[in-house]
Ligand binder design. Structure first.
Ligand SMILES: C[S@@+](CC[C@H](N)C(=O)[O-])C[C@H]1O[C@@H](n2cnc3c(N)ncnc32)[C@H](O)[C@@H]1O
Length: 436
């Protein structure tokens, strides 16, 4: 059985979580996890390994198949490398193509020119071998080739995913600023959420928006494969292992069927101040084939635990000018109609402006946690490094994560009764009890 080299990019900060997830996929397909590098994880295995990663990984953004790697000094070297590859074994000139290049410390003047040279090489190769050149389609290509350039090495990849993997195929409405599903799933993993967690541990998102954390948590708990509702780029390539794919897909459909038949309610709860967002969340859950989850329209400052047992809170509050904290008084509106780019998922961070943050809201949110959520573990994703101070809570852990290019922190607060916050010398505000 041939073995292939794959690379799975992921949101920066989630490399270790992705490597652990890929290890676990060893029970679905033979898969050897390799090095973690900033922004992704290498792995190797037969075609089934790449297909299983596409179907099951919740954290990878894509799965790329390595075609070639060699030292280079000029654009001509990269052209020659691309021209030597047997692209005709993977796709035909009737299919449309897109080429993307990323580089770190590459000694070349123009990435656009390199992109053009790689595209030329692939098209020239197909013309020489088959008599026809593929057309370029940057919007909806059949096939995507990627090149990664370091200071000395050029690596060529074929994309096996097609649409980015955070697009699970069930999201009906993008909401005001949904979090990317793979970032949400990575955060849930960092929060310790695993398959079969429900019903033992409750999970609550008090600013759930369109319900990304909740849908991911429910699918993880019920064992629904992340990609069961979508198609993948490799399905348009020649030479992938179709028999192995049919087996993997059937198992995934069986798991989805079993989840749909799940009768008992899941202890996964959401609330939001916006009724419109809750309607969107409900429609998303339906489309994702999930059992109904409990959703309530509540201001997070007035939230109470949704169940008797303590559990996990995971949330990404509004931040900055694009999404404003709501419920502060008359006349405030959120901007549900804000335009989103097609790679949605800025989750309110993109045009973040720290001076717009509503300190009063976060203090009240922190008070609600302290007063009513003893025993809960709280995970808050934000681009605002001042959040713990505003919530008057000391974090147990801060994990750097990137939402696209935006640097964020995942703050963990353990709501343990009795602890008292030490005030920093510069803090002149009233003493605040810490973490309940
Ligand atoms: C950044 S979005 C969360 C996005 C969500 N994770 C998703 O994937 O769709 C922040 C959410 O906080 C909600 N929100 C704003 N102010 C609130 C408040 N005072 N209480 C509860 N929710 C609030 C907004 O309606 C919005 O849905």
């Amino acid at each position: 059985m041939s073995s292939f080299e794959f690379f799975a990019p992921c949101p920066r900060g989630l490399e270790e979580a992705l490597a652990a997830e890929l290890h676990e996929l060893g029970h679905v397909a033979p898969l050897a996890v390799g090095a973690q590098v900033p922004g992704g994880v290498h792995f190797a295995g037969p075609w089934a390994a790449g297909m299983a990663a596409n179907l099951h990984s919740r954290i990878a953004s894509r799965v790329l198949l390595r075609i070639a790697q060699r030292a280079y000094r000029s654009e001509q070297d990269i052209y020659a490398l691309a021209m030597e590859q047997r692209w005709e074994d993977w796709f035909s000139a009737r299919q449309t193509l897109r080429v993307d290049v990323t580089a770190i410390k590459a000694p070349l003047k123009s990435l656009e020119f390199v992109t053009l040279r790689i595209k030329d090489a692939i098209c020239d190769r197909l013309r020489d071998k088959t008599g026809a050149r593929p057309s370029i389609d940057t919007a909806q290509p059949d096939v995507r080739a990627f090149a990664f350039l370091s200071a000395q090495q050029a690596t060529l990849y074929l994309d096996t995913s097609g649409d980015a993997l955070f697009k699970r195929g069930w999201r009906l409405d993008k909401g005001a600023a949904p979090l990317r599903e793979n970032l949400a799933a990575g955060i849930l993993r960092l929060a310790g959420w695993r398959h079969g967690m429900a019903p033992a541990v409750p999970l609550y998102d008090p600013m759930c928006g369109s319900g990304t954390f909740l849908a991911e948590a429910a699918q993880i708990s019920l064992g629904v494969p992340a990609g069961v509702m979508r198609r993948f780029g490799f399905e348009r390539l020649q030479g992938y292992d179709i028999n192995a794919w049919q087996g993997l897909k059937q198992q995934a459909l069986d798991a989805q069927q079993a989840a749909r038949a799940h009768g008992a309610p899941l202890p996964i709860y959401g609330s939001d101040i916006s009724g419109d967002m809750l309607i969107k969340a409900r429609l998303n859950f339906e489309r994702a084939g999930l059992p109904p989850l409990s959703l309530k329209q509540i201001d997070a400052r007035a939230m109470v635990p949704p169940c008797a047992e303590a559990g996990i809170i995971v949330t990404n509050p509004p931040y900055g000018e694009r999404l404003e904290v709501r419920g502060r008084g008359a006349g405030r509106r959120d901007d549900d109609g804000a335009a989103l780019d097609d790679e949605y998922g800025d989750a309110g961070f993109r045009r973040a402006r720290p001076d717009n943050v509503d300190a009063e809201f976060f203090q009240a949110f922190g008070n609600a946690l302290k007063q009513r959520f003893a025993g809960w573990t709280v995970h808050v994703l934000t681009a605002d490094m001042r959040l713990p101070g505003q919530m008057r809570l000391r974090e147990a852990r801060r994990t750097p994560l990137f939402n696209g290019a935006i640097e964020c922190r995942l703050f963990r607060f353990d709501m343990i009764a009795g602890a008292v916050r030490k005030r920093p010398a510069s803090d002149t505000s009233d003493p605040a009890p810490e973490n309940v």
